[in-house]
Design a protein around this ligand. Structure first.
Ligand SMILES: [Fe+2]
Length: 577
């Protein structure tokens, strides 16, 4: 039984395909349409479906849309209309929100928003772009598949719990907003997932973080991780102000007052204006207030569930400093965070939920040990593109050894190997790699990627050696937690040590990605260091590369030294390769 999951609401549109409990494919639309976070501006494209990601999922399984049994959409508009009955009479426009709003993100009461969401089945049946029509014929608005609108926070919760290694767990989801919920609490047991409670708009930790992101001169719904990076430079002198804004009320409830940031902290920073100490302090105070709040929520959830395991999802769960605080100070002994914790992961959660429910399955056999669910390209496909591009290239005898040699002498290498990652982190399939041994490499990489100089770069480390280089390091395959760099080895990997002494690590074992593992091992053999810098293969404001064409374009338009693409090596003229 095929179930197609779709996320097309708010941001990070994506598609996932599940077959009888097994995840066959998942990808974000941004990788195909080259628009970061996937949505082109404009009233008519804002809510369009991720047709290219859907097309990829169908292609990966060798099927057409008519072969799909169920379509699971990660938002239930009928909750907003006061009726859960699909097909119930709807009169539009619906009553607008009492508060004037700037965007649909703030108000799904926007009639245009609801029109698009309610008409999504019709759009899927008839709206595919011409060049993708091959996989979309013979369907109409009523199927042949059955269409399911699924509660947004339920899809976040399933994306974490159903992909986790736990048989039983508490589940916490925190994001900007779903239909109404901004936070949800559940208990998972086998294939059951029961909601214990939720917090609704306007009280949203995710939206507060977005508002501060915008106040600090960054892009809302996109640059929150930059604010997180700033927190390490600041003092918590505005903590009391944020604790006035966020009020935890017990039993998992909290309120968030309108923050009035200008009134509290002065004029907002303009984009590209210098970052002052005040900005660092606002970021640091917000971060601590968020951590303390989520710790309180987790303590309540722990008491309510008596579970020792916690699954986390929702965009706020991409905050790896907060996750690490939960790990170190929270009541749960085991944590698992969905790597596509933002809205992209809801297509996966929606598909897994409908698949399990419709099959009446009692057991779960999917465990998300890796995130390599996107497209792969054969050696022949890659070589065809290399020839077409007229790049000079050669086939390597031993990819791991030859690339390790390039990295060991200070080259920065684009690394394009196997299936693309699902979620916002590059984990060894679409990465830019470099040696962590030279301290100046962080600046060089930020320069290559045209990133702000305060932003750290993250390391990949051999799983079996992680705890020798990072304090108390455990298996961490998705770069969702930070660990302190061990003081006795900090001088050997200065480029990956953030100003607060931590690093957001990825641990790698051979079963996750054999070639990537072999590369790190070969680098260790040459240098004694089982660590590489692993940053995403993209340049500023571009999504991570997906295809060989994308990789070559990015390689030739940035100062990368070499590109290891499948078994082939492309090098800039100055590089001795
Ligand atoms: Fe969400």
């Amino acid at each position: 039984m095929y179930t197609l999951g779709i996320n097309a609401v708010f941001h990070d549109p994506s598609a996932s395909l599940v077959w009888d409990g097994e995840v066959l494919a998942a990808a974000e639309e941004e990788r195909f349409n080259h628009v970061k976070h996937g949505k082109r501006p404009g009233p008519f494209s804002t809510y369009e479906l991720p047709f290219q990601a859907i097309d990829y999922c169908l292609r990966a399984a060798g099927i057409r849309l008519a072969d799909v049994d169920h379509v699971a959409y990660s938002f239930d508009p009928y909750q907003l209309l006061g009726s859960h009955q699909v097909g119930a009479a709807i009169s539009l426009p619906v009553a607008p929100s009492a508060h004037p709003t700037k965007s649909a993100w703030e108000s799904p009461w926007e009639p245009l928003f609801l029109c698009y969401v309610l008409n999504a089945p019709r759009q899927l049946a008839g709206g595919a772009p011409h060049h993708l029509k091959e996989r979309f014929p013979e369907v109409h608005a009523d199927g042949p598949y059955r269409w399911h609108f699924v509660d947004h926070h339920l899809t976040h919760a399933v994306s974490a719990y159903h992909a986790s290694p736990f048989e039983q767990a508490a589940v916490l989801t925190v994001d900007g907003r779903g239909e109404r919920a901004t936070t949800s609490y559940s208990i998972g047991d086998g294939n059951r997932l029961d909601r214990l409670g939720q917090v609704d708009v306007p009280h949203s930790l995710g939206i507060l973080y977005e508002q501060v992101t915008e106040y600090l001169g960054f892009q809302r719904s996109s640059d929150e991780y930059k604010v997180m990076a700033l927190t390490s430079f600041g003092k918590q002198r505005f903590l009391r102000e944020f604790q006035e804004i966020i009020c935890v009320q017990g039993e998992g409830r909290y309120t968030v007052q309108p923050p009035e940031l200008e009134a509290r902290f002065g004029p907002p920073r303009q984009r590209h204006a210098p970052i002052e100490a005040r900005h660092h302090d606002v970021a640091a105070s917000l971060q601590v207030a968020l951590e303390e709040t989520v710790l309180e929520l987790a303590r309540w959830l722990h008491g309510a569930t008596r579970s020792d395991s916690l699954c986390l999802a929702g965009g706020v769960a991409l905050n790896c400093v907060m996750n690490s605080c939960l790990r170190d100070r929270g009541p749960f002994s085991r944590l698992w965070v969905q790597p596509a914790a933002g809205d992209a992961g809801t297509s996966l959660g929606a598909a897994l939920w409908v698949d399990a429910r419709e099959r009446g399955s009692e057991s779960r056999h999917f465990r998300m040990d890796h995130a390599f669910l996107g497209p792969a390209y054969s050696d022949q496909d890659i070589e065809r593109v290399l020839r077409w591009s007229k790049s000079s290239y050669r086939r390597m005898d031993d990819v791991a050894q030859e690339v390790a040699a390039l990295l060991a002498v200070g080259n920065v290498v684009g690394w394009f190997q196997g299936r693309m990652e699902f979620g916002p982190r590059a984990l060894g399939a679409r990465s830019i790699l470099a040696s962590p041994i030279d301290a100046s490499m962080q600046d060089r990489l930020n320069d290559i990627k045209d990133r702000e100089d305060f932003r750290p770069v993250a390391p990949v480390v051999l799983e079996q050696e992680a705890s020798r280089w990072f304090e108390r390091a455990e298996t961490s395959p998705f770069m969702l937690f930070v660990y302190p760099v061990r003081p006795d080895v900090a001088g050997r990997i200065p480029a990956v040590r953030h100003v607060d002494g931590t690093a957001r690590i990825q641990t790698i074992n051979r079963s996750q990605h054999p070639l990537f593992y072999d590369l790190v091992k070969a680098f260790r053999a040459r240098t004694g260091v089982p660590v590489l810098i692993n940053t995403s293969f993209n340049t500023r404001s571009e999504p991570i590369v997906c295809s060989p064409e994308d990789a070559l374009r990015s390689f030739w338009s940035s100062p990368l030294d070499a590109l290891a693409i499948g078994p082939f090596l492309v090098a800039k003229p100055a590089v001795d390769a």
